[in-house]
Design a protein around this ligand. Sequence first.
Ligand SMILES: [Fe+2]
Ligand SMILES: [Fe+2]
Length: 159
Amino acid sequence: MSTASLEKIVRCSALLEKIVSDFYIELSRKVDKAEARAKLLYIGYDSYKHYQLLVNYAVDKQLPSIDECRESYGYFFDKLSNLNVLSMKDKISSDELRSWISSMENFENSVGEELFHKMIFTMASKLDFKGKEELILILKLLADDEEKHANLLKEILSA
Ligand SMILES: [Fe+2]
Ligand SMILES: [Fe+2]
């Protein structure tokens, strides 16, 4: 475990939040229902905040490429590789919305962002570096947000 690997996971996590943020904002534009639109936009900008907060702890603020992150964290990035399918369509049906939201629900929970943040937390706890306390606090705040995202998605699904 080294500060170089912490740097990499923080930058890859920032990239992941940026991809997720772009996805939700794009998805919100293609949805007719006002309530779902507002909630998706909210999650989108919340994820943008996550991206900015994480990048703040990286020494190199330039986001890595997806390929660079896939090498080390393939699982997370493979799961996201089909999100850009959305950019090809103007409007999506409510069935399509449900299927997108179901797949993101898992990602918000145990198998995606939350797991990624836990990995950073574990790594950061074992290392000594400038800004450690702040990073750990930020990760706790992000975890609360991810729980909120999962709940909002659940609400959209049950509406
Ligand atoms: Fe997030
Ligand atoms: Fe999230």
